[in-house]
Write a protein that binds this ligand. Structure first.
Ligand code: ZN
Ligand code: ZN
Ligand code: ZN
Length: 379
């Protein structure tokens, strides 16, 4: 599996794209009654600036998004050249602090002593505690409900990247069907999946689940030393990043002839996944996607064996809001992208999961994964 990498070109994000994202966060923070939004390294910072320190270090890096000043990115002096190279950096004022000086004092110079600030989810506790020490009268708030929701609605260029990542994952699945399963270890097939994802343009492989036989009944199983046997059901779930955006798809295959039970369970999951995708349209609360898929499985008598939420958002990370789960009332918005991935897990025996990434269009849902969802047989 050493095919040359096939990687279509991505449309680059412009400085204006990043400036627009930062402006949306500033406006949203203001609407929430905040004096600013403070963003440290992690997916929010990548989305806002394209900047990801090579090593996330103990040294403070912080983006200040406040209504009365241009976005400012505070970085350790030694990391300034890397930060300057980020595509969104020209939309910020870059300032640095030197080793031997106090970064929290540098940060406090940009903040009010009695302000209300949101802090990104990925902020290290030591950085938040450092700020609280220098500015004890300011208050610090979660932005979990808002900032990831701004990230959740993709623009056309982001959607293009997610579409390309999905097509690469589909090409990987189509090719893995031709690979030998029986007599090989799960880790061998997982290695094939990783090679294929890279050969189809992924720069990063995040997970390659190969859950054969009883291992398929554990949704958290990755891949192990078990040798795959004829008759096994095998859950495949794989993905990573392409142009910085995620792929994530699952199919369940059978090695040789499936039993009547495997066929029946697979067909229930396929129908549940279909029902989940069919329920997607703007304005529908996220929990309705979970309910639609779950109803099919519950009605078939396997409700107790569907032990996880139906889906998660995807973007610059492979798991992010919005979540398709009971209790999530956030309405779907055109441009949101998330997984629909119901499963049935029979402990000690086998599991089945089918997963596509879906995007919300003006009137429905559109899949970014389009390989055959019927049960496929492998050797
Ligand atoms: Zn998955
Ligand atoms: Zn997933
Ligand atoms: Zn088919």
């Amino acid at each position: 599996m050493t095919d040359a990498t096939t990687r279509p070109p991505a449309i680059p994000f412009t400085t204006d794209d990043y400036a627009a994202r930062m402006a949306r966060v500033v406006a949203d923070g203001k609407a929430a009654g905040l004096d600013g939004v403070l963003v440290t390294p992690g997916p929010d910072l990548v989305w806002l600036t394209d900047y990801q320190p090579t090593a996330i270090t103990e040294r403070l890096t912080m983006l200040f998004l406040t209504p009365d000043e241009a976005p400012t990115l505070l970085v350790p002096a030694l990391e300034r050249p890397d930060a300057e190279a980020a595509a969104g950096a020209p939309a910020t004022t870059l300032v640095d602090w030197a080793d031997g000086t106090d970064p929290y004092t540098a940060a406090s110079n940009r903040l009010r002593s009695d302000g209300r600030y949101a802090v990104s989810d990925s902020a290290w506790a030591m950085h938040l505690l450092g700020l609280q020490t220098v500015l004890p009268r300011s208050t610090y708030h979660s932005f979990t409900e808002r900032l990831p929701m701004l990230r959740a609605v993709k623009d056309s260029n982001e959607l293009g990247r997610l579409t390309a990542a999905g097509a690469a994952a589909d090409a990987t699945y189509d090719q893995i069907l031709g690979v030998r399963f029986s007599g090989r270890r799960e880790t061998d097939v997982a290695g094939d999946l990783a090679d294929l994802l890279r050969s189809h343009g992924h720069e990063q492989v995040d997970f390659t689940v190969v859950g054969s036989g009883p291992n398929g009944a554990n949704p958290h199983h990755e891949a192990g030393e078990r040798v795959i046997e004829v008759g096994d059901c095998v859950v495949l779930d794989f993905g990573g990043l392409m142009f910085g955006y995620g792929s994530d798809t699952s199919r369940t295959v059978c090695v040789g002839e499936p039993s009547a039970e495997v066929r029946e369970v697979h067909e229930i999951v396929r129908a549940a996944q279909e029902a989940g995708v069919e329920a997607v349209r703007p304005g529908v609360p996220c929990q309705e996607i979970d309910r639609a898929a779950r109803k099919v499985i519950t009605d078939a008598g396997y409700g107790e064996q569907f032990i996880h939420r139906t889906g998660h958002g995807i973007g610059v990370t492979t798991h992010e809001p919005p979540y398709m789960v009971e209790g999530e009332e956030q309405p779907l918005v055109p441009g949101m992208c998330f997984s629909v991935e119901p499963g049935i897990y029979l402990p000690g025996r086998f599991g089945v999961r089918i997963e596509d990434i879906v995007t919300v269009t003006q009137d429905a849902g559109r899949r970014l994964n389009n390989t055959d969802r019927h049960l496929q047989l492998v050797e």
